[in-house]
Design a binder for this molecule. Structure first.
Ligand code: MN
Ligand code: MN
Length: 461
């Protein structure tokens, strides 16, 4: 063998995905990414993602799952958990006693939630107070147009959908200080420059005619009453989320990337969902896709990945085949599909280049996440990583190994540990993202498409 061949055989060399992707796949990639951008525009909250996910699933023949319903190989079902978490399954040829092939991603993203008593007037301007959700860098959320999506639950049992600032509607904003007066603020750290209690959204400045006090606040409340039939007290039972008022767009002169709010983790959620919907043949094992809520605040609650709703769904499916759920789970595999950090040369010193994910190098596999010595990570077994390497290679998936930044530079977690705790062999994998958790995050189209191909490989194996 020539020295060059030996080198190729023996040494790991990362290769740009464009050098490894067949030219004819470019069109499929572009079509896939167009669908993804539409999904992002339709789903700016977890509830909207569930709604859009169900719409897409029904188009492909999925039916709502009901406990006890008889299912046979090839049947496609979904379960809507309280409008915030979606679980879907395609019943496989093999019984559930041989395990299921599961993908788990999350559809909640960092944002500004309205407080229960949000509306106030100050200096004849009306504002909404917010409580940020998830790990945001607060200074990134000022001076950008915002819109509000969510629901208001009324005492009579009705739930009103609210969308403020979409399309041609006026936008909302959190203001920042002008540099001319920012001398003291500029001395603060990035973490302290804008505080949580300063993330107040400006919503009006025109006073209501004839009113004596709180004139601007009253004018705002009147508009909300006229449009949605809600009163100030109704904010108490509402889930209103302020999100960036911008659609998903191509980025770069070459259009090779997508910029949008919410790639974390809708980019993996869409891949996991679309791959399941696109399955053309009945998979060997039952394929399950979980799109969970609340990952950004610890996966807790009835709609987070720790919820018993998932166990119940699996148990119900197993019961239909007289299989104990524990037997199914111990033979199952889960790809915890969540984004990872892409190497950013502008901030190169927080990454360890040899073990970082790069844009256009494909879906990133993370053996472990966590912080301070893998704390909080489930740390997948060597055998499991080998299994995923094999099925990805066999299915033409461009992939790379990824670690989230330098040791002790920070860290993060995913739902992987919660799936692994259920006795499911679990590995993290996902799309590398630039500026993760920012109001405008960037991913490479090639990595999005390869993640879709990766999910397909999981369902088929
Ligand atoms: Mn995530
Ligand atoms: Mn996140």
């Amino acid at each position: 063998m020539e020295a060059k061949e030996w080198k190729e055989k023996l040494l790991l060399e990362k290769k740009n995905g464009y050098d490894r992707m067949p030219k004819e796949e470019r069109e499929a990639m572009d079509r896939y990414c167009a669908g993804y951008k539409a999904f992002l525009d339709a789903g700016k909250t977890e509830r909207e993602c569930v709604r859009e996910g169900i719409r897409l699933a029904r188009e492909k023949g999925f039916r709502p799952y009901e406990r006890g319903m008889a299912l046979k190989s090839g049947d496609k079902v979904y379960l809507d958990n309280r409008g915030k978490m979606l679980m879907l399954a395609v019943i496989g040829q093999k019984p559930l006693s041989e395990g299921a092939q599961i993908t788990a991603a999350h559809i909640d993203s960092p944002r500004l939630d309205l407080k229960p008593s949000p509306l106030y007037e100050e200096s004849e301007m009306a504002y909404l107070k917010t409580h940020y959700y998830g790990g945001i860098r607060k200074y990134q959320w000022v001076t950008i147009p915002l819109e509000i999506h969510g629901v208001v639950a009324l005492k009579d049992g009705k739930t009103v959908s609210v969308v403020i600032g979409e399309g041609e509607e006026p936008k909302l904003v959190v203001n920042d200080l002008l540099p001319h007066l920012g001398a003291e603020q500029s001395k603060k750290t990035l973490a302290e420059g804008i505080t949580g209690e300063q993330l107040n959204i400006l919503v009006g400045s025109e006073p209501m005619e004839g009113a004596e006090k709180d004139r601007v606040k009253l004018a705002v409340m009147k508009r909300l009453y006229e449009k949605y039939g809600i009163t100030e007290e109704d904010f108490i039972s509402a889930e209103l989320e302020a999100v960036p008022a911008a659609g998903a767009v191509d980025v770069g002169l070459d259009g090779s990337m997508i910029g949008a709010y919410g790639h974390d983790d809708r980019v993996c959620s869409y891949a996991a969902l679309k791959a399941l919907l696109d399955l053309e043949e009945v998979p060997g094992k039952t394929a399950v896709c979980v799109l969970a809520d609340k990952e950004e605040i610890g996966s807790v609650g009835v709609s987070g990945m720790l919820t018993a709703a998932f166990d119940t769904f699996m148990e119900d499916l197993c019961q239909g085949q007289d299989v104990p759920v524990r037997v199914c789970l111990e033979k199952s595999f889960c790809l915890s599909a969540d984004v990872t950090a892409a190497f950013d040369p502008n901030f190169g010193d927080v990454y360890e280049k040899r073990n970082s994910a790069f844009l256009n190098y494909g879906i990133g596999l993370c053996k472990y996440t966590g912080s301070r010595g893998k704390g909080g990570a489930s740390d997948a077994s060597a055998e499991l990583v080998a299994y995923v390497r094999r099925i990805f290679d066999e299915n033409g998936v461009v992939w790379q190994m990824a670690e989230l930044g330098k040791i002790d530079a920070g860290g993060g977690g995913t739902v992987a540990a919660y799936m692994a705790n259920r006795n499911i062999d679990t590995l993290d994998a996902g799309v590398p993202v630039l500026a993760m958790h920012a109001p405008f995050e960037v991913v490479a189209k090639l990595d999005c498409y390869m993640t879709y191909k990766g999910m397909t490989a999981v369902y088929k194996n």
